[in-house]
Write a protein that binds this ligand. Structure first.
Ligand code: PHB
Length: 389
């Protein structure tokens, strides 16, 4: 009885197999991409931007690459690394995605490294910015930025414009430490002095005691970094403490002046100068269209560097698939990302074939009021910046 049933099941399975051949061919015409982002929880603002950017790219460029239909599967990791890792596994094993993408925070990206290395599936980082992440798996590629890349130019610019002493205050995790180290190295190489390096916890930060400590040192400048979704909370406390009135210049990579929240910060941030790869005010036809369409599709939400990461991540995935004529073999696909270049809404970008990290212009920007809104207005460019070694 058991034997018969087994035989029957075997026959059924065989039948299913032979029947599956034409279906398999059809199924191959769909390429699945898994996007893992924090859609709920304290990092939800990052997920909203990332997914909006990715969907906008598909809405304006079609849902086909290399003649195959692209299916985006969005998963919410709630900003918890163990969840990111589990979702990556499920997307690879159950959904058979050709690539995964997203990653709103450094620890969320790091969590998938071992999974993608073992499965040989590329992961395209749309946000996470700690320098070392991409080196932890040969299957990582990054379209966002690195903190050293974004921070070095402001250290230069500040020194060249008379700043001689600084205190830095950052979130106490990978990108914050990267920003702090890069700033100190460059600023002190030029002859400046970092008086103190302060670190606030990433979760539920209370910035006031650190800001008071920074103010007491009377530095020429305070260098700030928090992940972009925390920018509003940080700047409210910075402005409340009266650092600007005390003559302390606020500087840093642009995360603390996040474009999505800039208008809500108010006129207290007018004149603040930062360095960054993207501003919603970037003056190009590509960016004008990106910002207009993004707002149209998202209840007037202004895109920030995270929304841009969503867009550029899909752009890179489409281009890599086109380059490989639709072949989704992971080892071949990761090769295809190397050396890609395109015109992003932020300006010209490319993927360094050696490091798989993005090469981009970093702009020096100043907060100004334009057409009744606050913008980070770019006024100088450090072209083609790599993640410094
Ligand atoms: C990160 O966690 O790597 C990260 C997140 C948001 C930023 C920058 C870095 O704005």
């Amino acid at each position: 009885m058991t034997v018969t049933r087994r035989r029957m099941m075997g026959a059924a399975a065989l039948g299913a197999l032979s029947f599956a051949a034409p279906q398999g061919a059809l199924a191959q015409e769909v390429v699945k991409i898994g996007l893992i982002a924090p859609m709920t929880g304290p990092q939800a603002a990052a997920g909203r931007q990332m997914v909006a950017g990715a969907r906008l790219f598909m809405a304006l460029n079609g849902d086909k690459a290399a003649g195959k239909k692209i299916e985006l599967i969005v998963k919410d990791d709630t900003g918890v690394a163990d969840v990111t890792r589990r979702l990556a596994q499920e997307l690879i094993v159950n959904d058979k995605v050709a690539a995964i993408t997203g990653f709103g925070l450094t620890p969320l990206a790091l969590a998938v490294g071992p999974v993608i290395t073992q499965a040989k599936v590329p992961a395209v980082i749309m946000v996470a910015g700690t320098g070392m992440i991409v080196g932890t798996s040969p299957y990582f590629v990054r379209v966002s930025f690195t903190l050293p890349q974004q921070t070095m130019p402001i250290a230069d610019w500040a020194y060249d414009n008379g700043v001689r002493t600084a205190v830095s205050l950052v979130s106490d995790y990978g990108p914050g430490l990267d920003a702090q180290n890069a700033f100190k190295a460059r600023f002190e190489a030029k002859g400046g002095k970092v008086l103190e390096q302060l670190r606030a916890p990433l979760a539920a930060p209370e910035f006031a005691p650190f800001l008071q400590r920074a103010k007491d040192q009377k530095p020429d400048a305070l260098m700030l970094f928090v992940p972009a979704p925390q920018a509003g909370a940080l700047m409210r406390q910075v402005l409340d403490r009266g650092l600007v009135e005390a003559g302390v210049k606020l500087i840093g990579p642009g995360d603390a002046l996040d474009d999505e929240q800039l208008n809500a910060m108010g006129d207290g941030v007018l004149g603040v100068i930062t360095s960054y790869g993207y501003s919603a005010a970037h003056d190009s036809p590509e960016n004008k269209r990106f910002v207009e369409e993004f707002k149209k599709q998202n209840a007037n939400l202004r895109p920030n560097i995270i929304g841009l990461g969503g867009w550029d991540g899909m752009q890179a995935i489409y281009m890599a698939l086109e380059k490989n004529k639709g072949d989704t073999d992971g080892a071949k696909l990761i090769e295809a990302f190397k050396g890609l270049s395109w015109t992003s809404p932020r300006g010209p970008v490319s993927i360094d074939p050696e490091t798989r990290d993005i090469v981009q212009n970093i702009y020096i920007r100043k907060v100004e009021r334009k057409d009744g809104e606050l913008y980070n207005v770019e006024f100088a460019t450090y072209p083609n910046q790599k993640n410094p070694k």
